[in-house]
Design a protein around this ligand. Structure first.
Ligand SMILES: [Fe+2]
Ligand SMILES: [Fe+2]
Length: 398
């Protein structure tokens, strides 16, 4: 801070000693405890044969948990549904983290142009490096599992650019995909040249990961609750969940410090900046407006998952005939069951925590503060939408 010299901006990060200290401490701790090497080593030693007979997550974190498929599944089938939850969940995380890496970089570019923000930029650079290791570990394990179980992809996908839909199962089509791409590309240009939008990206990132934090904490406990000796024999994917959550806990902190404390340092946003910020938050609320019975805790559009569920049921694991698989899809997605109620509950808990998180943000409009499109979700609408879409699916699959 060189007050005697002329400055481009009338604020510096060093003016706010507490925020600067918090950021420095979080970055230092993350570097000290970095799990990159452990994640790389875990991915390299992963061998499905060695952990194919055990649960990798707490039982309720299983594919289609609480649905008629789960209720009638044998013990060995339940183990596979539990493992497939891991594959599906972390395939979704890969998609989110591909976008995170890019937007961390554009936000860092936007922030480096102002005084003393180097520490914020280095935090983001370091996190991007960690995300690449996270993606590698999730990808290697998930692809090996799908290859062994199905001989083809079900939830995984080849690497792709950041501008794809973040939700891997989304209510979309070619036009919507193109529009989304334009929006994300425009946001990247704006955030790389505007400190407010760069900082505000971290508010969006914090919001997007609120529910993930709750789920990933529980996934990580499966390993962290074990003794030292038990950990040596634990399934590799459970260890990966734990190492990942350890890294991510620092990312959650930096989202809050940059997206909340640091943002307050900047001057009041212009109406253009406010508009972009509102669009970013409302886009997240829209992305999270669905709830998924397929994977409780992920806000997928379930009709987009019918094909994946159908293929799991028709595979050698369940051995369903075509008619049996269609009937089971109907029971799981179109008729009320425990799985649907549990997933809707997760959605409502998320909505409540999103509202709390947003309540202190003064540039947001009423619609966003109330939870945007997430507010319009209900079990009734979900069942009608799934029934209509399953009818279309049946015709295509016939
Ligand atoms: Fe990550
Ligand atoms: Fe992260």
């Amino acid at each position: 801070m060189k007050k005697e010299l002329s400055q481009n901006f009338d604020y510096c990060l060093l003016d706010d000693a507490i925020t600067h200290k918090k950021l420095k401490f979080n970055y230092k701790k993350n570097k000290e405890q970095d799990h990159t090497e452990l994640l790389d080593a875990s991915a390299n030693r992963f061998d499905y044969e060695q952990c194919k007979d055990s649960y990798w997550n707490p039982e309720k974190f299983s594919l289609l948990y609480g649905t008629p498929l789960w209720e009638q599944a044998s013990q060995s089938e339940r183990i596979i549904l539990n493992q497939l939850y891991w594959v599906a969940y972390y395939s979704q995380i890969i998609s989110a983290e591909i976008a995170t890496i890019f937007f961390n970089q554009t936000a860092a570019a936007g922030l480096y142009g102002i005084e003393d923000f180097r520490i914020a930029c280095e935090t983001l650079d370091f996190e991007s490096m960690q995300e690449r290791a996270h993606i590698d570990a999730f990808k290697k394990i998930s692809e090996e599992v799908e290859l062994k179980l199905f001989g083809e992809r079900i939830f995984t996908y080849p690497m792709r650019p950041y501008y794809y839909e973040t939700m891997i199962f989304q209510n979309t089509n070619a036009i919507k995909k193109f529009w989304k791409r334009l929006q994300l590309q425009a946001y990247s240009v704006l955030s790389s040249g505007n400190a407010f939008i760069a900082c505000q990206y971290l508010t969006v990132r914090g919001l997007r990961t609120l529910n993930g934090k709750i789920i990933q904490h529980q996934l990580s406990e499966f390993y962290s609750s074990l003794s030292e000796e038990e950990r040596l024999k634990a399934p590799v994917p459970s260890a990966v969940s734990y190492y990942h959550f350890m890294d991510e806990s620092y990312h959650f902190n930096s989202s809050n410090i940059i997206g909340t404390d640091l943002l307050k340092l900047l001057k009041t946003p212009t109406s253009f900046e406010k508009n972009i910020a509102n669009l970013g938050i409302k886009g997240t609320l829209k992305d999270h407006s669905n709830f998924s019975t397929m994977v409780n805790g992920i806000f997928w559009y379930d009709p987009a998952t019918f094909q994946a569920a159908y293929r799991v049921m028709r595979s050698k694991i369940f051995n369903f005939s075509h008619a049996e698989a269609i009937e089971m899809l109907e029971k799981c997605f179109c008729k009320e069951n425990n799985g649907i109620h549990e997933s809707f509950k997760t959605h409502q808990v998320a909505l409540e925590s999103y509202r709390n998180y947003l309540s202190g943000i003064d540039y947001l409009d009423e619609y966003a503060l109330r939870g945007g499109k997430m507010n319009e979700t209900s079990i009734e609408k979900y069942l009608i939408q799934n029934t209509n879409e399953l009818n279309k699916f049946k015709k295509k699959a016939a």
